[in-house]
Design a protein around this ligand. Sequence first.
Ligand code: IPE
Ligand code: IPE
Ligand code: MG
Length: 247
Amino acid sequence: MDLQSQIDKTKLPRHIAVIMDGNGRWAKQHGKMRIFGHRNGVKAVRETTEAAAELGVKYLTLYAFSTENWGRPAEEVNALMTLLVATIRKELKTLTKNNIRLEAIGDIKNLPPKCYKELKEAIELTKHHTRMTLVLALNYSARWEIMQAVKNIAADVKAGKTDVETLEETHFEQQLNTHGMPDPELMIRTSGETRISNFLLWQIAYAELYFTPVFWPDFRKDDLYKAILNFQQRERRFGKTSEQVTS
Ligand code: IPE
Ligand code: IPE
Ligand code: MG
């Protein structure tokens, strides 16, 4: 039986987050420049998005550029930004055809103006789509996001709009870029690295983590299915005992 049909469609993670890693090493393996790896990563983005939407996953978040990635050589950063603009433009038709809404998290206002504009337009044009939300994490870092939330709440307290005593987790979540989205239940990282790299620190409190040695440009539908099947074999206990959650 093929992998897709082994998946229990009634127990899908509602939100999957992916740290797309290994483009540079993939390129090196092929004796090419790093940007060749990034370009080949686009196919993996397409396949993963399509596979998730076909299954019925509601949110797919892809970590595309971290705040820390600005520290890479300017040549690589520029090439990544150019690739981003070209990809959004090119994929817009497919997103529309597949009824997929585009969203973004991160400090997107501080992306190069061209990227920001392209992104905003695509978000606007797809905002009524309902099948799945594809969230791009761009110029994103979880600590930045958390700090923004803290500052907003502190300002509200200062203005007398919020009472510290009654502040709850839900108030904090409303200030995050991901407000309105369910927390990721499954987080995937490719390329064999087993770290979080400043991604969704608040939101992954109870996510199941899945690490695969596959480099991102090689990631295909079957790799997503494998991750989901692995997720479905796990017992999510949320602090309780195994007996409690199975009874
Ligand atoms: C992930 O691949 C893509 C981005 C971070 C933009 P890398 O570029 O980090 O590839 P490696 O980790 O160097 O192989
Ligand atoms: C994380 O990958 C960021 C993205 C996938 C966009 P990196 O390759 O930048 O992560 P580190 O710095 O090696 O942890
Ligand atoms: Mg990397």
